[in-house]
Design a protein around this ligand. Structure first.
Ligand SMILES: Nc1ncnc2c1ncn2[C@@H]1O[C@H](COP(=O)(O)OP(=O)(O)OP(=O)(O)O)[C@@H](O)[C@H]1O
Ligand SMILES: [Ca+2]
Length: 749
């Protein structure tokens, strides 16, 4: 109550009366993880009611209430760090290795000049180097400042992360920054935890808190000095009158010093020429320019060097669901017993079987069904597979979600993951106290767990080999028409059969009874065929690595042109993850090039494939959207994730995010990558020719004549002013259409 008044006084706003504790109190609770306090407040439920919320229905869906909460507790936005000042960038640029070398050279040159030619004429060279350094620092700092501003703009795009909250009993998707204190948030696998809070309920919770580091490289320039000094002391340099400079004891100490100083001056000249001052600038400019251009195509580059690497890519590993397909699912087929059940004809199924399927769908899910009070329509939330099944069960089987949920107690829930490809639930029926286990998952995996099936009249029948083959044919048939197949299975457990709850496998996994099969349609993204062909024309090898069924994967691969009818003849073009996993490393290396489609793969199989390709020298780009793609995205040379369908973990693991999920953008990234690669190469060629020519002239002339013909000032002019303008011109060169057709460069170039 104290905190509540405190806030009221401070902010002067009206707080909802239901709120009993204030910001400081909440902060202390989170900060000190104070369990004693938590108990005092009445546990999680107590805290929820103290902040005027409800663990079931969340806060009221009322704009005024939300505004008051935001006023009292603040909003879920980071205090943006103060924008770095221009001075910060100047300091940053000055500590660059090249600049430090140049500053040392300038200081030396200034000292030497004054020593050799007096103050009036001697300041000239050193001063010029200083001026050049000043220009370079200014330019680099300006370019970095510009880049930082651009990056800030980009990070505002990533701020738009969406989260799922319950307000007024309804699930809603809101922006992460709109969350207020009291909101009940639903976090699914692969989501970001959007704010500090208390855990209400859930299964298999694992939170990752790691971060990623980078690395850098240096260039060594020491050797030039040594060569020059050896050259002087062997007696080969001559003074202005043609006499040998080094003449043993006859040479006066002062002469030696002066001569050495002149050599140092020459060395400085050579260093100044040898350092490609414009290179770093050219690379930054080229990358920054292309990043800006790509942003216009809805491509967000998180790691600058990724664009350049993309130019060298030789292979793309794409996942199916959500990348090649829309990940918008709909149940289009339903099989019960061995009969296809037409839309609207589910009443032909025995009521007992229908009830069991309803129970399985309603309890064994991470999705939700809400009935909006305003619109009398249903609202479904959860993963696309879950929502498709829920909406089918509500419409076709007349499932009542709340009723089904209230009739049972959940004893244990095994959440879906890509490794096992199934989810299960153990529950007790409140009416007759019976215990049931329900499984739902990849059809052939669930079928393998069954030993019987329900026929249409509700009788259980044995699943002998013939029957099993017939079910397998049904699955294969659905998959071949590019449907994703999910099976439901059930078993009633006798009390004495119940496994010890402390054991790993609480849920019974064998001798189940098959309830039915559904086929979900997930259409290919429009224009997929064209994009795949464009990549193939660019010499890229496209492979599909998916967690889905072999036949579904094959059907989609044909649809989007990854597999061509001729390739179907090759036995190794399509394989399953398990097969690939069981090969020896040598076999894998030998076969990996021929593989076009890898189906039923787990996250580790995806990773294994990418590792194997990289070991073979391929430059691998991986595209993905799910948490099952995250390990492969991290391992890839270029990880590309989808902005809309992608989960937070996938986005976090990737180097590039395609904001509008358009696969065709890959071709665009490829073009820009190759363009950057080309532009930087051209710049290096350009600068090398200039520098080598200058070095050779200076070297040859100073050996034969004993004088350095091109002065530091002249060389700096060439190196800085001309090269910087050259860098500007080359960096902003647009990618040509031909770049798409060129063969990829690969790792060797
Ligand atoms: N929520 C779910 N409950 C039960 N089974 C599911 C669920 N979601 C997917 N499945 C089954 O698990 C299989 C594998 O899913 P997984 O997440 O590994 O890959 P995917 O999303 O199908 O494909 P991709 O790797 O191309 O993105 C699916 O083919 C489907 O049969
Ligand atoms: Ca996916």
């Amino acid at each position: 109550m104290v905190f509540y008044q405190e806030i009221k006084k401070k902010k002067g706003g009206d707080l909802p009366d239901a709120i009993k504790i204030g910001q400081t109190h909440c902060m202390e609770l989170v900060k000190y993880k104070d369990v004693y306090q938590l108990q005092n407040l009445g546990g999680v439920h107590g805290v929820a009611s103290a902040i005027g919320s409800n663990v079931e229905n969340g806060i009221a869906d009322d704009a005024e209430d939300i505004a008051q909460r935001r006023e009292a507790f603040g909003s879920n936005t980071f205090k943006k760090p103060l924008a770095k000042s221009f001075f910060h960038f100047i300091v940053g640029a000055t500590t660059d290795f090249t600049i430090v070398v140049l500053i040392v050279c300038a200081a030396l040159s200034l000292g030497l000049g004054i020593k050799l030619h007096g103050l009036k004429q001697g300041w000239y060279e050193g001063g010029c180097i200083f001026f050049a350094v000043f220009l370079l620092v200014l330019f680099v700092a300006l370019s970095n400042l510009q880049q930082e501003r651009q990056f800030n703009k980009l990070s505002r795009v990533t701020d738009r992360t969406q989260v799922n909250v319950v307000r007024g009993g309804r699930h809603q998707t809101i922006s992460i920054s709109d969350i207020v204190v009291g909101d009940v948030v639903c976090v699914a696998i692969g989501d970001q935890i959007p704010a500090e809070g208390l855990f209400l309920c859930g299964y298999s919770l694992l939170v990752d808190e790691s971060s990623i580091t980078g690395e850098s490289a240096f260039i060594d320039v020491n050797c030039i000095f040594i060569v020059l000094l050896v050259y002087y002391f062997t007696g080969n340099t001559k003074d202005e009158n043609g006499n040998r400079e080094f003449n043993g004891s006859k040479t006066k100490v002062d002469d030696i010093v002066n001569a050495v100083l002149r050599i140092v001056a020459a060395a400085i000249t050579i260093i100044v020429v040898a350092i490609p001052e414009g290179l770093a600038l050219a690379i930054t400019l080229a990358l920054a320019y292309s990043v800006k251009k790509m942003m216009a195509d809805q491509v967000l580059v998180r790691k600058l060097s990724a664009c350049e690497t993309m130019g060298a890519a030789t292979t793309i590993c794409a996942d199916k669901t959500g990348t090649l397909t829309l990940n918008k699912m709909k149940v289009t087929k339903f099989w019960q017993d061995q009969d296809f059940v037409k839309v609207g004809a589910s009443s032909s199924i025995a009521p007992s079987v229908r009830d069991l399927i309803r129970q399985g769908v309603a309890l064994n899910t991470t999705g939700r069904v809400d009935r909006s009070t305003l619109v009398s329509d249903f609202e479904f939330s959860g993963s696309p597979t879950e929502t498709a099944i829920l909406s089918w069960a509500v419409q076709e089987l007349k499932m009542e979600m709340t009723e089904s949920r209230q009739s049972c107690d959940i004893i244990h829930h095994e959440a879906f993951n890509s490794q096992k490809k199934r989810s299960g639930v153990l529950m007790r029926n409140k009416t007759d106290n019976t215990i049931h286990v329900h499984w739902k998952g990849a059809a052939e995996i669930i079928l393998a767990m069954c030993s019987s099936y329900y026929d249409a009249s509700g009788m259980t029948r044995d699943l002998n080999d013939d029957e099993r083959i017939r079910f397998e044919q049904i699955i294969e048939g659905m998959a071949a028409s590019s449907l994703r197949c999910i099976a439901f299975a059930h078993k009633q457990i006798a009390e004495e059969e119940r496994a010890d709850e402390n054991k790993d496998n609480i849920l019974k996994e064998d001798c189940l009874t098959l309830l039915g099969l559904v086929g979900l349609k997930d259409p290919c993204r429009p224009g997929m065929l064209k994009s795949v062909q464009a990549c193939q024309n660019a010499g890229l090898n496209i492979k599909m690595i998916t967690g889905d069924n072999l036949f579904t994967a094959k059907a989609i691969a044909f649809e989007c042109g990854i597999l061509q009818p001729v390739q179907d003849m090759f036995p190794d073009a399509v394989i399953e993850g398990a097969e690939f996993r069981n090969y020896t490393p040598e076999e894998r290396k030998q076969k990996v090039d021929r593989i076009r489609v890898m189906a039923r793969s787990s996250p580790s199989d995806k990773l294994l494939m990418v590792e194997c390709l990289r070991q073979k020298g391929h430059v691998v780009a991986v595209t993905g959207n799910g948490i099952n793609d995250a390990p492969a995205l991290l391992e890839a040379d270029i990880g590309i994730s989808m902005g809309i369908q992608g989960c937070e973990v996938a986005k976090e693991s990737s180097d590039i995010i395609i904001l509008d999920d358009n696969f065709a953008s890959i071709v665009q990234i490829l073009r820009w990558g190759r363009c950057i690669y080309d532009n930087i190469r051209k710049f290096i060629q350009f600068q090398l020719t200039v520098n080598i020519a200058a070095l050779v002239i200076n070297f040859v002339v100073s050996v034969s004549v004993g004088e350095v013909p091109l002065t530091v000032v002249q060389l700096l002019w060439v190196n800085l002013i001309m090269d910087t303008l050259g860098a500007l011109a080359l960096a902003t060169e647009q990618p040509t259409m031909e770049l798409r057709e060129k063969a990829p460069m690969g790792r060797t170039d």
